[in-house]
Design a protein around this ligand. Structure first.
Ligand SMILES: Nc1nc2c(ncn2[C@@H]2O[C@H](COP(=O)(O)OP(=O)(O)OP(=O)(O)O)[C@@H](O)[C@H]2O)c(=O)[nH]1
Ligand SMILES: [Mg+2]
Length: 297
């Protein structure tokens, strides 16, 4: 019997959804950050086995907020929960269920879909906390399976989670060719790598006000490298100055980290040119959100 299906990964910001996606796929396709709200749009990863194909949908973690960007991020979760076969709900040591998550848990229930609960970051918790979180979740939803683990600390995390998913996955067809691990474009993943490096190199607030666009991407045969030109979009001059840093030090470091990771991703040498552009209040303007995040929304 061939099993397949779409697995929606749901959870509050920063719980480890993208960490789990990368772990399951075995390649980094989604960005990961110690700062919450790293993921802005859904990222799909495809895992092929001898008798299965799983399409994972990593979704953004959202807070309750009226901000426009947050509303767009919510649309991705709605979309993921529109049509799916199995839900993987993830929590970390901050286990309270807020209004937004409660809404998604009831949606899973409404659709009568099966769900797995992953209590992640057990390395940061004692037994009592783990039990407390489990009872919080089981009081609000039905879970076929509950897995306590540390995605970055337990060597058997991947195997345990995959086994649970496969057991609950329905019989189904192969949706994608075997050699595809993600439906995201190279340009998107490259822009995300750059955004991750900015996010992890600047302080608190700025990451939520930036976007990255890849303007040019050309293979230069004579130099045997990819020339990539990207813009880091910020809302204010002050943010631009911080990202550039004293004497350009910060942007140089961001560029170096991003280039190394893009080289590993493309498996070729890369020349990366970064520009910081100011677009005032872009996170509040629908047309600009469409341009930088997704034209569909
Ligand atoms: N201590 C600890 N940290 C972890 C564990 N798993 C993931 N993390 C860290 O938690 C942070 C958030 O991980 P992400 O995978 O980006 O979380 P996310 O749920 O995708 O977050 P959003 O995209 O913001 O919704 C990162 O710094 C991870 O390295 C774990 O088992 N233990
Ligand atoms: Mg994420």
């Amino acid at each position: 019997m061939f099993k397949s299906g779409f697995v929606a990964m749901i959870g509050k910001p920063n719980v480890g959804k993208s960490t789990l996606l990368n772990l399951l796929i075995g390649e980094k396709i989604a960005i990961v950050s110690p700062k919450p709200q790293a993921t802005r749009k859904s990222v799909r990863g495809i895992l092929n086995g001898k008798d299965y194909q799983i399409i994972f949908i990593d979704t953004p973690g959202v807070h309750e907020s009226e901000k426009k960007l947050n509303q767009v991020m919510k649309k991705y979760i709605d979309e993921a929960l529109e049509d799916f076969d199995l839900a993987v709900v993830i929590t970390d040591n901050h286990g309270e269920i807020d209004e937004v998550l409660a809404e998604y848990l009831s949606k899973i229930k409404e659709k009568s879909k099966k769900a797995i609960l992953i209590v992640n970051k057990t390395d940061l918790m004692n037994k009592e906390q783990i039990e407390q979180i489990k009872s919080e979740f089981t009081s609000k939803a039905n879970f076929e399976k509950i897995i306590e683990t540390s995605l970055i600390g337990s060597p058997d995390a991947k195997e345990k989670i995959l086994e649970a998913i496969l057991e609950l996955l329905p019989e189904g067809p192969k949706y994608y060719e075997d050699d595809i691990i993600s439906t995201e474009t190279e340009r998107f993943i490259i822009a995300e790598i750059i955004r991750e490096k900015v996010m992890n190199n600047v302080s608190k607030e700025i990451p939520y006000h930036i976007a990255v666009t890849v303007e040019e991407m050309k293979y230069r045969q004579e130099k045997e490298l990819y020339y990539i030109k990207a813009n880091i979009i910020v809302e204010r001059r002050a943010h631009k100055m911080i990202i550039i840093g004293e004497g350009g030090k910060k942007i140089k470091e961001i560029g170096k980290q991003a280039r190394q990771e893009i080289e590993a991703f493309l498996r070729t040498k890369v020349y990366l040119e970064l520009w910081v552009k100011i677009k005032e209040h872009w996170t509040k303007k629908e047309a600009l959100i469409k341009e930088y995040i997704d034209p569909r929304f």
